[in-house]
Design a binder for this molecule. Structure first.
Ligand code: 5GP
Ligand code: MG
Length: 185
Protein backbone atom coordinates (compact mmCIF):
# COMPACT_ATOMS: atom_id res chain seq x y z
CA UNK A 1 0.00 0.00 0.00
CA UNK A 2 2.75 2.43 0.98
CA UNK A 3 4.43 1.76 -2.37
CA UNK A 4 1.41 3.19 -4.15
CA UNK A 5 1.54 6.52 -2.32
CA UNK A 6 3.48 9.29 -3.99
CA UNK A 7 3.61 11.59 -0.93
CA UNK A 8 1.84 12.21 2.34
CA UNK A 9 -0.09 15.48 2.48
CA UNK A 10 -1.48 15.28 6.01
CA UNK A 11 -0.23 12.94 8.72
CA UNK A 12 -2.45 11.01 11.11
CA UNK A 13 -1.23 13.22 13.96
CA UNK A 14 -2.20 16.38 12.10
CA UNK A 15 -5.60 14.88 11.31
CA UNK A 16 -6.20 13.89 14.94
CA UNK A 17 -5.38 17.39 16.16
CA UNK A 18 -7.54 19.12 13.58
CA UNK A 19 -10.53 16.82 14.06
CA UNK A 20 -10.55 17.63 17.75
CA UNK A 21 -10.46 21.38 17.05
CA UNK A 22 -13.20 21.00 14.44
CA UNK A 23 -15.40 19.23 16.99
CA UNK A 24 -14.96 22.20 19.33
CA UNK A 25 -16.02 24.59 16.57
CA UNK A 26 -19.07 22.46 15.88
CA UNK A 27 -19.99 22.13 19.55
CA UNK A 28 -19.79 25.92 19.86
CA UNK A 29 -22.29 26.32 17.03
CA UNK A 30 -24.85 24.09 18.75
CA UNK A 31 -24.68 25.45 22.29
CA UNK A 32 -27.57 23.41 23.72
CA UNK A 33 -26.21 19.88 24.11
CA UNK A 34 -29.71 18.48 24.63
CA UNK A 35 -31.37 20.05 21.57
CA UNK A 36 -30.26 17.20 19.35
CA UNK A 37 -28.29 17.07 16.13
CA UNK A 38 -28.49 14.64 13.23
CA UNK A 39 -25.22 13.94 11.49
CA UNK A 40 -26.01 12.93 7.93
CA UNK A 41 -22.94 11.16 6.67
CA UNK A 42 -22.14 10.57 3.04
CA UNK A 43 -20.85 7.03 2.53
CA UNK A 44 -18.29 5.60 2.36
CA UNK A 45 -15.37 8.01 2.44
CA UNK A 46 -16.52 9.84 5.58
CA UNK A 47 -16.80 6.90 7.95
CA UNK A 48 -13.44 7.23 9.68
CA UNK A 49 -13.79 11.00 9.93
CA UNK A 50 -17.28 10.56 11.44
CA UNK A 51 -16.07 7.95 13.91
CA UNK A 52 -13.28 10.21 15.16
CA UNK A 53 -15.30 13.43 15.14
CA UNK A 54 -18.30 12.23 17.14
CA UNK A 55 -16.18 11.07 20.04
CA UNK A 56 -15.21 14.70 20.61
CA UNK A 57 -18.81 15.95 20.35
CA UNK A 58 -20.51 15.79 23.73
CA UNK A 59 -23.99 16.52 22.36
CA UNK A 60 -27.14 14.47 21.92
CA UNK A 61 -27.05 13.12 18.37
CA UNK A 62 -28.36 10.70 15.81
CA UNK A 63 -26.43 9.41 12.84
CA UNK A 64 -27.94 8.98 9.39
CA UNK A 65 -26.18 7.54 6.36
CA UNK A 66 -26.71 8.40 2.71
CA UNK A 67 -25.01 7.00 -0.36
CA UNK A 68 -24.21 9.03 -3.44
CA UNK A 69 -22.90 7.60 -6.70
CA UNK A 70 -19.15 7.96 -6.81
CA UNK A 71 -16.15 7.88 -9.12
CA UNK A 72 -16.34 4.10 -9.54
CA UNK A 73 -12.75 3.47 -10.45
CA UNK A 74 -12.01 6.80 -12.02
CA UNK A 75 -10.52 9.87 -10.40
CA UNK A 76 -12.70 12.45 -12.08
CA UNK A 77 -16.47 12.77 -12.18
CA UNK A 78 -18.09 12.80 -15.58
CA UNK A 79 -21.71 13.28 -14.66
CA UNK A 80 -23.97 14.58 -11.92
CA UNK A 81 -23.95 12.48 -8.76
CA UNK A 82 -27.10 10.56 -7.84
CA UNK A 83 -28.54 9.59 -4.51
CA UNK A 84 -28.27 5.81 -4.26
CA UNK A 85 -29.58 5.24 -0.78
CA UNK A 86 -31.92 7.60 1.03
CA UNK A 87 -31.92 8.60 4.64
CA UNK A 88 -33.96 6.26 6.81
CA UNK A 89 -34.41 8.55 9.79
CA UNK A 90 -36.72 11.46 10.35
CA UNK A 91 -35.04 14.88 10.37
CA UNK A 92 -38.13 17.11 10.35
CA UNK A 93 -37.58 19.91 12.86
CA UNK A 94 -34.06 18.70 13.61
CA UNK A 95 -30.69 20.37 13.20
CA UNK A 96 -28.84 18.55 10.42
CA UNK A 97 -25.10 18.53 9.92
CA UNK A 98 -23.97 16.89 6.68
CA UNK A 99 -20.58 15.21 6.91
CA UNK A 100 -18.48 14.51 3.83
CA UNK A 101 -14.88 13.56 3.26
CA UNK A 102 -14.05 16.11 0.59
CA UNK A 103 -15.59 19.07 -1.17
CA UNK A 104 -14.37 19.15 -4.74
CA UNK A 105 -16.77 20.47 -7.39
CA UNK A 106 -19.54 20.80 -4.80
CA UNK A 107 -22.05 18.67 -6.71
CA UNK A 108 -22.29 15.96 -4.06
CA UNK A 109 -22.84 18.37 -1.21
CA UNK A 110 -25.37 20.38 -3.20
CA UNK A 111 -27.38 17.26 -3.93
CA UNK A 112 -27.46 16.11 -0.31
CA UNK A 113 -28.18 19.65 0.95
CA UNK A 114 -31.18 19.94 -1.38
CA UNK A 115 -32.41 16.54 -0.31
CA UNK A 116 -32.12 17.45 3.38
CA UNK A 117 -33.92 20.79 3.02
CA UNK A 118 -36.82 18.94 1.37
CA UNK A 119 -37.33 16.98 4.61
CA UNK A 120 -38.20 20.05 6.71
CA UNK A 121 -35.27 20.28 9.14
CA UNK A 122 -34.67 23.20 11.53
CA UNK A 123 -31.28 23.87 9.92
CA UNK A 124 -28.77 22.32 7.53
CA UNK A 125 -25.04 22.86 7.90
CA UNK A 126 -22.13 21.10 6.25
CA UNK A 127 -18.78 19.81 7.45
CA UNK A 128 -16.01 18.43 5.25
CA UNK A 129 -12.63 17.09 6.22
CA UNK A 130 -10.99 18.37 3.05
CA UNK A 131 -11.65 21.19 0.63
CA UNK A 132 -9.99 21.39 -2.77
CA UNK A 133 -9.69 25.11 -3.32
CA UNK A 134 -10.67 26.62 -6.61
CA UNK A 135 -12.50 23.63 -8.04
CA UNK A 136 -16.08 24.58 -7.22
CA UNK A 137 -18.53 24.47 -10.13
CA UNK A 138 -21.49 25.32 -7.95
CA UNK A 139 -22.04 27.76 -5.17
CA UNK A 140 -21.71 25.38 -2.25
CA UNK A 141 -19.71 26.26 0.81
CA UNK A 142 -18.97 24.09 3.79
CA UNK A 143 -19.61 25.61 7.22
CA UNK A 144 -16.78 23.59 8.76
CA UNK A 145 -13.60 22.62 6.89
CA UNK A 146 -10.77 20.49 8.24
CA UNK A 147 -8.05 21.26 5.72
CA UNK A 148 -7.67 23.18 2.48
CA UNK A 149 -5.71 21.03 0.03
CA UNK A 150 -4.24 21.34 -3.42
CA UNK A 151 -6.01 19.87 -6.44
CA UNK A 152 -4.58 16.35 -6.29
CA UNK A 153 -6.33 13.00 -6.00
CA UNK A 154 -5.97 11.88 -2.38
CA UNK A 155 -6.55 8.61 -0.55
CA UNK A 156 -6.41 7.38 3.03
CA UNK A 157 -8.28 8.07 6.29
CA UNK A 158 -11.43 6.71 4.66
CA UNK A 159 -10.87 8.02 1.15
CA UNK A 160 -10.51 5.42 -1.54
CA UNK A 161 -9.36 4.76 -5.02
CA UNK A 162 -11.38 1.91 -6.52
CA UNK A 163 -12.44 1.00 -2.95
CA UNK A 164 -8.87 0.53 -1.74
CA UNK A 165 -6.56 2.56 0.53
CA UNK A 166 -9.32 3.56 2.98
CA UNK A 167 -7.27 2.08 5.83
CA UNK A 168 -4.14 4.11 5.02
CA UNK A 169 -3.87 6.20 8.22
CA UNK A 170 -2.57 9.41 6.65
CA UNK A 171 -3.94 11.41 3.73
CA UNK A 172 -1.71 10.92 0.75
CA UNK A 173 -1.48 11.48 -2.97
CA UNK A 174 -1.63 8.34 -5.06
CA UNK A 175 1.05 7.76 -7.66
CA UNK A 176 -0.49 9.13 -10.86
CA UNK A 177 0.55 6.10 -12.92
CA UNK A 178 -1.80 3.96 -10.80
CA UNK A 179 -4.99 5.72 -11.73
CA UNK A 180 -3.83 6.62 -15.21
CA UNK A 181 -3.50 2.90 -15.87
CA UNK A 182 -6.71 1.73 -14.13
CA UNK A 183 -9.00 4.74 -14.18
CA UNK A 184 -11.59 5.15 -16.86
CA UNK A 185 -11.89 8.91 -16.61
P1 5GP B 1 -17.77 16.75 -5.67
O1 5GP B 1 -19.17 16.30 -5.90
O2 5GP B 1 -17.64 17.88 -4.68
O3 5GP B 1 -17.03 17.03 -6.95
O4 5GP B 1 -16.98 15.53 -5.12
C1 5GP B 1 -17.10 15.12 -3.86
C2 5GP B 1 -16.93 13.63 -3.78
O5 5GP B 1 -15.98 13.14 -4.72
C3 5GP B 1 -16.40 13.29 -2.42
O6 5GP B 1 -17.47 12.91 -1.60
C4 5GP B 1 -15.46 12.16 -2.69
O7 5GP B 1 -16.17 10.95 -2.54
C5 5GP B 1 -15.05 12.29 -4.12
N1 5GP B 1 -13.70 12.88 -4.26
C6 5GP B 1 -13.39 14.13 -4.70
N2 5GP B 1 -12.07 14.33 -4.70
C7 5GP B 1 -11.51 13.18 -4.26
C8 5GP B 1 -10.16 12.76 -4.02
O8 5GP B 1 -9.17 13.47 -4.21
N3 5GP B 1 -9.99 11.50 -3.55
C9 5GP B 1 -11.03 10.65 -3.31
N4 5GP B 1 -10.74 9.44 -2.85
N5 5GP B 1 -12.32 11.00 -3.51
C10 5GP B 1 -12.55 12.26 -3.98
MG1 MG C 1 -17.90 10.91 -1.27
Amino acid sequence: MLNDIDRILITREQIAQRVQALAQEIAGTYPDPNRGLTLVTILSGSIIFLADLIRYLPIRMKIGLVAVSSYQGATTVGSEPKLLDQLHINVAGEHVLIIDDILDTGRTLRLVQQQMWSLGPASVRTCVLLHKSGKAVCDVKADFVGFEIEDAFVVGYGLDFDDHYRNFPHIGVLKPELYERQGSG
